[in-house]
Structures are given as structure tokens and as C-alpha cells.
Design a protein around this ligand. Structure first.
Ligand SMILES: Cc1ncc(COP(=O)(O)O)c(C=O)c1O
Length: 377
């Protein structure tokens, strides 16, 4: 993955590789004036500080949009979703413990697990309905007691699928029945382009630990995110967190809070949905017009990616090498997201549509298609 990321960062490359938001869509001016206001009236914003209570109030309101009712006492501010998941893993994982995840998941979460070396019990993912919840049940009913189940319910990274309503209900029932918490990674939950569904946390206060972030809806460099967890976990999480970074980016918390005070976030999210929907549709059209008939992909309702399955004969590593060398186009081969380093019999690639402009998408996809077609003869 690291080698691929270096290759994709070369100047002149059209990259569909990383899951980054579009720079030109950041609310830069509004954040600059929020920062200015904070620093001109409140020099304490530069001091070591406890978590900002007024930001928790904003997060509580934000959670209502996602159909989640929670109390401020259940909100734990973090330096992004990544830190939230890392802290939860430190809290929940015991030596020799296990976790349940899908076979293909966000690589950053695999890095979270890495230091704990848990036994990873994997289940497959259906392209239409998401995680195989029956397989989760089989593990649990045959005695497995994982420290948690990891779920990206909406805007799955990398598979871009969402968990179906009936599977949501069943997964929460299983968590409650077997008393196994679910870590629900909702990094993309506010960026649903069609029919948003309530996350798992909306139906279980006790067994779903929700992970949220401002990275995709404001800007990742702010490093501000949050957890919604049972109140009794807040103190142990604070103790663990203090050992890593003392305070979670207090200045950023103040800037995000001042921005949210202006009431501009709903319009910002609406604008992002419109723009990312346009980029998604542009990529869908470019794929339909240029990719060989034997390739398959689904339309994502949410998130930043399109997952493309290719004919079995295609060597995706070679495709990556030739796409970067010959056509200066980059993507991430699907097997890079495999928890067990397994290679599926269906070669796949993950394409990001949020970062490149529509013009970049329109010129980049035909170039990638050209390499693919030349490899398929
Ligand atoms: C599924 C998923 N979860 C979490 C993160 C990390 O988000 P944050 O920037 O809030 O740490 C990402 C980033 O790409 C992601 O794709």
C-alpha cells in the first residue's frame, strides 16, 4: 500500500486512489473567519483545554440529523475517526482477543488492529446488501466472543455498499443477544446521495459505539471527530486518550465550534452532496462509455468510491503498474484492503470520485480503460 501511495503522489498523475475530499469544496473562507474570531476573542483557545462542551452540544444536534438521540454525556471528542477507533480498540481488546470484520475493509482500521494482533474472524460482503450477517451469527452461535464487531454501515470503504435495513436490524439484535459491541464507523454517513438510512446506533444505545468525523464534511486537517458511547466509557476513554495526546486538538475544536455557531454546516453538506453526486455520476458515465463489457460495478448511494470487478484474467498489479507508467492514472488494487491478504478470484479495483474534478474524471477514466483493454487483448 505504501509503495502504491508513493507512486500515486507523483506530479502529473491523475489519481483515483486516495479517499480524500475535494480541496476546492472546503469552506476555507468561513473556517478562516471562524479561526480569526476564536483567536481574537479567546487567547485561551491556544492553551491546554478540556473537551469543548459547546462543541458537544453541536454534535448532539448533528446526531439528530442521522436519527440518533444521544446526551452530551455520551459524546467523546477525538482527533478524528481514526483516533476514536484506536482508543476504542485499546479499551476493548484484550490480549489474545478476537474481532469480527468483513474480509475487505478500510486499510486504516487494519492499522488500528495491528498493534493488538487480535484473531480476526472475517465474513464476506454482498455487493447489494453488505456484510454477511448470517456468518456473524454463525461465529457467535458457535461460541466466539469477539471484543467487538466492526461495521461501516454506510458508504463502505472500499466496497461502497450500504448495509440493508433488514441486516441492520439483525446485526443489532445479535449484538444485544450475545452482548458483543459493534464499532460503527460512520465517516461517510452524512454524505448519502439517495435515501439516507438511520445508522445502527439509532437502534441501540448500549451495544453500538458510534464513530463520527468532521473530516469528510468540513476538512480532515482539522482532525476533529467524536464517539457516541455509553456514558460509563467516557472516563476510561479519557484516561487512555490523555496518554496519547493530552487534549484532542483544542484549537481545532474551537474553530469547528465557531464555524458551527454560524449555522452554515447544513448548506455545506447539501452542497457537498450535490457536487459529489455529480462526480459519482460523471464517473459512472465514463465507466459505462469506456470500460469493457466484462467489467462490473455498482452505483454507490453514499461515500467516495466505486468498486469495479474485472474479468478473472486481469492481473491488477500489472494494471496498476502500466496505468501509472503508461497513462499516469492511479487507483488502488482491491486486494490491498484484504484483512487476510487473500486474493479473490475476481480481480477488483477501488476508484475514488470525490477528489478529482469532473474534467479529470472524464479524461482519466478513458486512459485507464485503454490500459485495461490492451491487457485484455
Ligand atoms: C471508513 C473510514 N473510517 C475512518 C476514516 C478516518 O477518518 P478521520 O480523518 O476522521 O480520522 C476514513 C478515512 O478515509 C475512512 O475511510
Amino acid at each position: 500500500m505504501q509503495q502504491m501511495l508513493v507512486a500515486t503522489a507523483r506530479p502529473g498523475i491523475t489519481s483515483f486512489a486516495l479517499g480524500m475530499p475535494a480541496v476546492e469544496l472546503f469552506p476555507t473562507a468561513a473556517l478562516a473567519s471562524a479561526a480569526e474570531r476564536v483567536l481574537s476573542v479567546n487567547p485561551v483557545a491556544l492553551q491546554y483545554s478540556p473537551p469543548l462542551q459547546s462543541l458537544k452540544q453541536h454534535v448532539r444536534e448533528l446526531m439528530k440529523w442521522r436519527g440518533i438521540n444521544c446526551r452530551e454525556e455520551q459524546i467523546f471528542l477525538t482527533a478524528g475517526a481514526q483516533q476514536g477507533m484506536s482508543l476504542l480498540s485499546r479499551l476493548l481488546l484484550e490480549p489474545g482477543g478476537s474481532v469480527i470484520t468483513e474480509e475487505l475493509i478500510y486499510a486504516g482500521f487494519q492499522q488500528v488492529l495491528e498493534p493488538f494482533q487480535p484473531k480476526v474472524l472475517t465474513v464476506s460482503t454482498d455487493a447489494q446488501t453488505g456484510m454477511d450477517v448470517e456468518a456473524v451469527e454463525q461465529y457467535l452461535s458457535s461460541g466466539a466472543r469477539p471484543s467487538f464487531i466492526y461495521s461501516i454501515t454506510d458508504g463502505h470503504n472500499p466496497l461502497s455498499v450500504r448495509l440493508s435495513p433488514s441486516k441492520r436490524t439483525r446485526l443489532v439484535e445479535l449484538a444485544e443477544q450475545y452482548r458483543v459491541p459493534i464499532i460503527e464507523d460512520d465517516a461517510y454517513g452524512f454524505l448519502c446521495y439517495e435515501n439516507p438510512l438511520p445508522p445502527l446506533r439509532a437502534s441501540s444505545e448500549r451495544w453500538v459505539f458510534y464513530v463520527g468525523s468532521f473530516s469528510k464534511i468540513l476538512a480532515p486537517a482539522l482532525r476533529v471527530g467524536w464517539l457516541v458511547v455509553p456514558e460509563e466509557l467516557i472516563l476510561p476513554l479519557s484516561v487512555i486518550k490523555e496518554s496519547t495526546d493530552i487534549d484532542a486538538a483544542p484549537l481545532s475544536q474551537c474553530i469547528v465550534n465557531a464555524y458551527l455557531d454560524t449555522g452554515q454546516l447544513p448548506a455545506q453538506i447539501d452542497m457537498l452532496r450535490t457536487q459529489y453526486r455529480l462526480r459519482r455520476d460523471t464517473m459512472m458515465r465514463a465507466l459505462a462509455e469506456n470500460f469493457p463489457d466484462a467489467a462490473r460495478w455498482t452505483k454507490p448511494d453514499c461515500g467516495f468510491f466505486i468498486w469495479v470487478e474485472l474479468p478473472p484474467a486481469v492481473d491488477v498489479d500489472e494494471l496498476f503498474r502500466r496505468a501509472v507508467e503508461d497513462e499516469q492514472v492511479a487507483f488502488i488494487p482491491g486486494h490491498a484492503f484484504s484483512v487476510n491478504n487473500k486474493r479473490s478470484s475476481t480481480p477488483s479495483i477501488r476508484l475514488n470520485f470525490s477528489h478529482p474534478t469532473t474534467a479529470r474524471i472524464e479524461e482519466g477514466i478513458p486512459r485507464l480503460a485503454r490500459v485495461l483493454k490492451s491487457m485484455m487483448g
